[in-house]
Design a protein around this ligand. Structure first.
Ligand SMILES: *[C@@H]1O[C@H](CO)[C@@H](O)[C@H](O)[C@H]1NC(C)=O
Ligand SMILES: *[C@@H]1O[C@H](CO)[C@@H](O)[C@H](O)[C@H]1NC(C)=O
Ligand SMILES: *[C@@H]1O[C@H](CO)[C@@H](O)[C@H](O)[C@H]1NC(C)=O
Ligand SMILES: *[C@@H]1O[C@H](CO)[C@@H](O)[C@H](O)[C@H]1NC(C)=O
Length: 795
């Protein structure tokens, strides 16, 4: 009976016990063969209390993260993750396999992550209420726990042993390893460190606690994070907490911005419910904590600066710079403008200015010069005149020059100096013009009409030789569709079929312009990302077309340069000869100068200077001198950034073999070549200097060199009128109603003088292009005062 009773009692006990233990079992203990699959609906194993869950979280559209999160709070806070560097797609599966392994596989069965176990075999997995996910053996001994492999977060009751670290995420929503870490080093000291992203190495300790040594970091039950010795005595309190564990959820996290913070979340719904952090975060001001003598960009990315508002650091870009990736501001800032050229011949210093930024500094590794006992003006001039100088910092009569990229940027009221950051002047003002320039200039591309009539036997011989070489070389040209064809080493021209180009131009429908020997059409290359091109089709009847064609290809080829309109490819099929150029979206100078909206004075200066420099390059710097012979507003095209580029050059030289047919156009373009040039003079660089002079006057006055309809007969020929105005010191007439130019009358005068100097009838009196550029940028005084006798107006 006694036996029966005890039997009954134990049965009763079991019945009472069973339902309870089975639910607990399924909710927290996962047996062999259990798995979770990444899917739209949350899929997870919760801890018994439901505070934490282990499973898949979808991260944006990027994929799924295998993670542990606090599951009871409205915002699910991730406290641990397995595959931050390698999100997995839907359908991926984490499984406690029958043979006791714990692995994450993608839908194809490829292993993404696994728990490394030494010989032991797992019996079950459990999500515990502490936020610790464990794998245990049959006898319940722990084989692996997430607390031993933290990511960026520590939870109450978690410990860190020597050598372990919390690595910050890359950004708020990107769980890849980031740029900062908190480490208990193997010697027992503590440090916050910058990481050599994307590797696992570290650069600088920025919160070193060197002269201490501890055994473990503990997040203890009263919510303090402490460093303790082996026997449990406290070495240091790292973050301590006045809020109690009963009333608050807690976590400590190494955040993506480099700050170690202790967050609390009230358990009671009577308090405002959100995570807030305690004010004792480390370091107290990240912006000026990171050592400046180490590699790395500092608290923010390169070229940016860090501003601390007492709560969080904020990364910002200086004027003239924008974020490389606005979604990832710590990636740094990029220049919005072309850097200063280091070409001595083209002093560019007046194209830049220095923006002063009070209390701002980029201390450290980028200083390459320092000059004590200088004033600020001296410092400014020194940086502007130095193409390496990206910024100067001036403090206490010391001038530091800094080179790019600028690290460790910060703004801090305790720094009494200022940064002077170098920015190109007229970049931004050049942009807005684009909107009303959509209509293309009908005369954008005009074929060369000037012809060589040189009396120099030597030059002729030279050209004959060139022709011979060209013919020889081009004999091997065969059109090969879809294949870059190396014309010269280092240069790839594509060969197009006639059919392709017919298609691209829609059957040569939209004409952009025409010349004596060619027409130019608008085209779209479907096969190359719908790239816009200008297709120049040489007239089939031109007898020497072949020669012209090859000459132009070769001339552009030899001078391929960012200053020139780029040749992309060609077609040479039967009698069809076509050239394919990049499309210049902003048309020619003619279209903006004589079109409806005239560019402002500064834009005109930039265009004039740009053109002068390009010509200088072609005439004096290029290994083969190229005399263009037809410089005029229609042939200077503007790219997306309104940078002037020269088109249609070089062909003239080789046209001489057919002089008879072109005698009518041997003057180049009327108004842009010196009146007597074609009769008596050999072709020299001075031909282009003359044309440039005319162009410069047009740019100053915003009008054509020759206007038949001018109300005032005296004003019909621009050069004459400009000369008269100059003589009578009435330059303001030339730039009537142009406030900006009137404010800059000294420059107007200089430019008019340069222009008049360029259009001297006697070529030997004209300046070189180099001198023109130097005078325009003010590196050389404009000294020449043209006398009336040397100036001819007979056009
Ligand atoms: C999980 O399983 C282990 C071993 O069988 C057992 O000791 C433990 O109590 C179980 N945990 C829960 C919450 O049921
Ligand atoms: C996280 O950032 C890194 C570095 O920029 C990037 O390579 C990675 O694709 C990002 N991950 C996600 C999920 O966006
Ligand atoms: C946790 O650490 C704090 C600060 O050092 C200490 O005052 C407190 O007694 C510790 N609590 C426990 C439960 O060990
Ligand atoms: C400045 O010019 C550069 C190069 O021409 C261009 O890439 C950039 O977008 C321009 N910036 C602005 C603000 O116009």
């Amino acid at each position: 009976m006694a036996l029966q009773l005890s039997y009954l009692l134990s049965l009763l006990f079991l019945i009472l016990l069973l339902p309870h233990s089975t639910t607990a079992q399924t909710s927290s203990n996962q047996s062999l063969g259990s798995s979770l699959t990444a899917q739209e609906k949350d899929s997870y194993w919760a801890s018994p209390s439901g505070d934490f869950a282990f499973g898949f979280q979808q991260i944006g559209k990027g994929g799924y993260l295998l993670a542990i999160w606090s599951n009871k709070l409205p915002e699910k806070t991730i406290v641990w993750s397995a595959n931050g560097d390698n999100l997995v797609p839907r359908g991926s599966k984490v499984e406690l396999t029958k043979d006791g392994k714990f692995v994450l596989n993608d839908p194809a069965g490829l292993e993404i992550w696994k728990v490394d176990l030494v010989r032991s075999v797992v019996a079950y997995a459990a999500m515990l209420d502490t936020g610790n996910f464990v794998l245990a053996s049959q006898d319940s001994s722990l084989l692996w726990q997430s607390f031993d492999h933290p990511t960026d977060t520590m939870l109450p009751s978690q410990t860190m042993s020597q050598g372990s670290k919390l690595v910050a995420c890359y950004s708020e929503m990107n769980y890849s390893n980031g740029r900062f870490q908190f480490q208990l080093k193997s010697d027992g000291s503590l440090a916050l460190q910058t990481r050599a992203y994307p590797t696992d190495y570290s650069y600088a300790d920025y919160w070193p606690e060197k002269n201490i040594s501890g055994f473990k970091v503990v997040f203890n039950q009263s919510g303090s994070i402490i460093l303790i010795t082996k026997n449990g005595s406290i070495v240091k309190s790292i973050l301590s907490n006045p809020s109690s564990m009963q009333d608050f959820y807690q976590r400590a996290i190494m955040e993506y911005d480099g700050v170690l913070r202790h967050y609390v979340y009230p358990k009671s719904s009577l308090m405002p419910r959100s995570w807030s952090y305690l004010p004792n975060f480390i370091p107290s001001n990240i912006c000026n904590s990171i050592p400046i003598d180490m590699c790395g960009s500092g608290a923010c990315g390169y070229n940016s600066y860090c501003m601390f508002d007492g709560q969080r650091p904020k990364c910002q870009c200086p004027d003239g710079y924008t974020f490389i990736d606005p979604e990832d501001v710590m990636k740094g800032c990029k220049q919005n403008f072309l850097s200063q050229s280091c070409d001595e011949a083209l002093p560019e210093s007046d194209l830049f200015y220095l923006k002063s930024m009070l209390n701002t500094d980029w201390p450290g590794m980028t200083d390459y010069e320092s000059f004590p006992e200088q004033n600020e003006d001296w410092c400014r001039t020194a940086c502007l005149g130095d193409c390496f100088c990206a910024a100067a910092v001036y403090e206490n009569r010391i001038c530091w020059k800094k080179k790019a990229p600028l690290p460790n940027g910060r703004i801090d009221s305790s720094f009494k100096g200022k940064a002077l950051i170098k920015i190109r002047k007229d970049n931004s003002t050049l942009k807005p013009l684009g909107a009303d320039l959509k209509k293309k200039d009908q005369s954008t591309v005009i074929l060369i009409v000037s012809v060589l009539l040189s009396s120099s036997v030597f030059l002729n011989l030279l050209f004959l030789l060139a022709v011979f070489l060209l013919v020889f070389r081009f004999k091997y040209w065969k059109p090969k569709a879809h294949k870059p064809y190396p014309v010269m080493p280092g240069m790839n021209l594509r060969s197009y079929t006639y059919e392709e180009l017919t298609e691209a131009t829609n059957g040569f429908r939209e004409e952009l312009g025409r010349g004596a020997f060619a027409k130019v059409y608008n085209g779209v290359l479907e096969s190359e990302d719908r790239k816009l091109v200008a297709v120049k089709r040489l007239n089939d009847m031109v007898r020497d077309g072949d020669l012209e064609f090859k000459a132009e290809v070769s001339a552009i080829d030899r001078t391929n340069h960012r200053n020139l309109v780029q040749l992309l490819g060609f077609c040479n099929e039967g009698q069809h000869r076509l050239l394919v150029y990049e499309f210049m979206s902003n048309g020619s100078i003619a279209s903006i100068l004589f079109g409806g909206s005239r560019p402002n004075w500064h834009q005109r200066i930039q265009i004039a200077l740009g053109t002068a420099k390009r010509l200088f390059y072609l005439l004096e710097e290029c290994s083969t001198q190229i005399i263009h012979c037809d410089i005029k507003p229609q042939n200077i095209l503007l790219d997306d950034s309104f940078i002037a580029r020269i088109s249609d050059f070089g062909l003239a030289k080789l046209l001489k073999t057919d002089q008879t047919r072109t005698t009518t156009s041997i003057r180049g373009t009327k108004g842009y070549v010196a009146p007597k040039w074609f009769r008596h003079m050999p072709v020299t660089a001075k031909v282009d200097v003359y044309s440039f002079g005319v162009l410069l006057l047009e740019l100053i006055c915003c009008r054509k060199s020759f206007e038949v309809e001018a109300q005032d007969e005296d004003r019909m020929i621009l050069a004459d009128w400009a000369y008269d105005c100059f003589k009578e010191r009435k330059l303001d007439l030339l730039v009537e109603n142009d406030e900006e130019a009137l404010d800059d009358v000294k420059r107007v005068e200089n430019y008019v003088m340069i222009a008049i100097w360029c259009i001297q009838e006697d070529p030997s009196l004209r300046p070189t292009m180099k001198k023109v550029v130097q005078m325009m940028v003010g590196a050389v005084e404009v000294s020449f005062l043209p006398g009336p006798s040397s100036f001819s107006s007979s056009l």
